[in-house]
Design a protein around this ligand. Sequence first.
Ligand SMILES: C[S@@+](CC[C@H](N)C(=O)[O-])C[C@H]1O[C@@H](n2cnc3c(N)ncnc32)[C@H](O)[C@@H]1O
Length: 317
Amino acid sequence: DKFLELMNDNRIWFGKDGNSIPQLKRFLTDVQEGMVTKTIWFRTEVGDNQEAKREVKFFNDSDVFTTPKPERLLQRILTLASNEGDWVLDSFLGSGTTAAVAHKMNRKWIGIELGEHCHTHCIPRLQKVCDGTDQGGISESVGWKGGGGFKYYYLAPSLLKQDKYGNWIIEEKYNADMLAAAMAKHNNFKYQPSEEVYWKQGKSSEKDFIYTTTQFITVEKLDQIHEEMQPDESLLICCKKYSKPCENRYSNITIKKIPQMLLGKCEFGREDYSLNIISMPRNENEPEFIPKGPDKQKKIKNESSPDLFEDNNGEEE
Ligand SMILES: C[S@@+](CC[C@H](N)C(=O)[O-])C[C@H]1O[C@@H](n2cnc3c(N)ncnc32)[C@H](O)[C@@H]1O
């Protein structure tokens, strides 16, 4: 019955000559939701450079971004390539059009930008999208009234690099504090240096701590730290080198060498680096977006880390 029904509906195909094995015809409308792309996209449908410039002028009219894309163009692309709730990545954010449109179309987004215009163009624009004052671009057509938010992060330089002999070393830009923070992060500790106890730089629980140092760890040093520890406390020490007997000296102290311990966490030479995006924990005290540009003082200072991983005067490992 079903076959006859399909025959009557002209859904069965017997090949070009009419004598092949019958096949079911499937129309685009059966298999696709959404929109089929057209070959030519006219400026009347997706905008043009002038329209894009007019749009971005609203966010910064003293320094108009030179190569913006119109919001309608991004709307077309995101309609074709994504659904509500999907992630959209633009690793060359420019004036922030992709993120702005993705936000208005209820997509989640990640934007990456290395230029200063991240602060002068992207962030002000995205703030206006969130607070609903951006009524340009596609706002009216999608009924955008504002909502949502975003977080803003500085990317640190790569922690590891290879020297001219191919050995992995720590990037010189990392001073001692940055290194301690990075090691805490990589080992799932919260970086929170104690003001009283120098080896309590971060913790994973009330009793489990991390200590990163560029010093050579001797047995005497380890004993001294252990002396200060409570019996129910545990500690991970990340250091450049340590004396061999330190290794299993105390059951509640684990000692590891940087950068070897980091290399185990790195993924090199994989063909597929699928992005594993997890829901980021929400810190209630953290603002949704940071309105000001970077504090130049906080920028990475090369000069503060000249002696990082200096040689340790011939002491044995
Ligand atoms: C052509 S613009 C993008 C325009 C954007 N689609 C828009 O509509 O405004 C390219 C942007 O990529 C940025 N860029 C170039 N190399 C980069 C990199 N390695 N990482 C992050 N951003 C980069 C540039 O600073 C520039 O803002």
